[in-house]
Design a protein around this ligand. Sequence first.
Ligand SMILES: [Zn+2]
Length: 423
Amino acid sequence: MCRFRERARSFSRVSWFLLALATIGCGPARPPSLDEDARQYVRLAVALGERDPDSLDFYAGPADAVADIRRSPPPLAAIKREAEALSARIGARDDAHPAERERAAALVRDLAAIAARIDLLIGVRLGYDQESLAFFGIAPEPIDDRGLEAIRSRIAVLAGGSGRLVDRYAAFASRFTIPPDRLEAVMTAALDACRRATVAQIALPPGERATLEFVHDRPWSAFSRYLGGAHSVIQVNADFRFTIDQALQIACHEGYPGHHTRNTLRTAASGAERSVQLTFSPESLLSEASAMLAADVAFSSDERIGVERDRLFPLANLAAADAASHVEVERLAGELQPVQADVARRYLDGQLEFARAAAELEARALVPHAEAQIKYINEFRSYVTTYTTGRATFAARLRACEGTGPAARARRWRCFQHESLMP
Ligand SMILES: [Zn+2]
């Protein structure tokens, strides 16, 4: 009989975490291997997800490895205590191999993110930058107001009209907005186009698939739910109105080469920790930041215009004459995203109240009906960092990897895969 188990039974209030360790094996005392520690991290992540579903993006490992946790999740305080203990133990390791050291460091970062998330859930409120650093390891850069003003001026010229710029942008976008009864056909074709571009460059396992589902009453526009076994369900919020280019961006972001592709490749790689992804963590920063650039990787500017003009516009029964202007305006509007982090920061730090924050998002980021975005910020808080600052940081890494010159575009896929899958 295992001595460790006998000792464990002698305590009246034995830790659920230690009990889990006891099931790893018997025999002489030895420090747990990194694989064993990684499996404990997974159990902690799943436990947190049971207590707060927003905290867990997905778990795609074996159901029986976490069945007890799911049946009876420990309290948040216990999860935090175990996360800190596990982090201390992993931090004290002295692995010889650089890959193991990097893996251990990534686990320590993710465990710190678990502790920070629990602090938030039990009522600890940090400033936006501190919270963003605790979850993701980065905080938004100061805003380049002059650069953003130049972008808005270019949008004003392309959109035409007069009055408030957000209204002119919305009126321009309405010419390219998909009628509700055509949304499914356009999204299906967009996903197919992103997939074709991706599988021509990246090998995906046979049988992988991403299926579309249309939902209502959600705080987000779309969401990729990874189910394991190289299968994702991409939920699209049918309450929202999307332009043609937004549909293509969503399809590439959520599907190919965005979340579905990354989750499929990552969970197929070795390491138990890859079977799970926290929502608020350095890992999710990389996931979101790379997905933000998925459409830019999948298509050059000309290819993107071509796909939209020749395939998506006809399916939406829209005139495609101004497809190039539409793509350019949406690209420029995307460059205004740093404003969203700036507004989220000042709103959550108490410097802007709800109506003022919504007004700033409309005026500076050209987000029509910005109340929905403020509601999203209420729920997901500093997650805004991932798709704003995270995107900019990842774009810089991608540019550094691919370099310049005629071969840069050809290197982009390899760089994207390498940079987005790095721990
Ligand atoms: Zn995403």
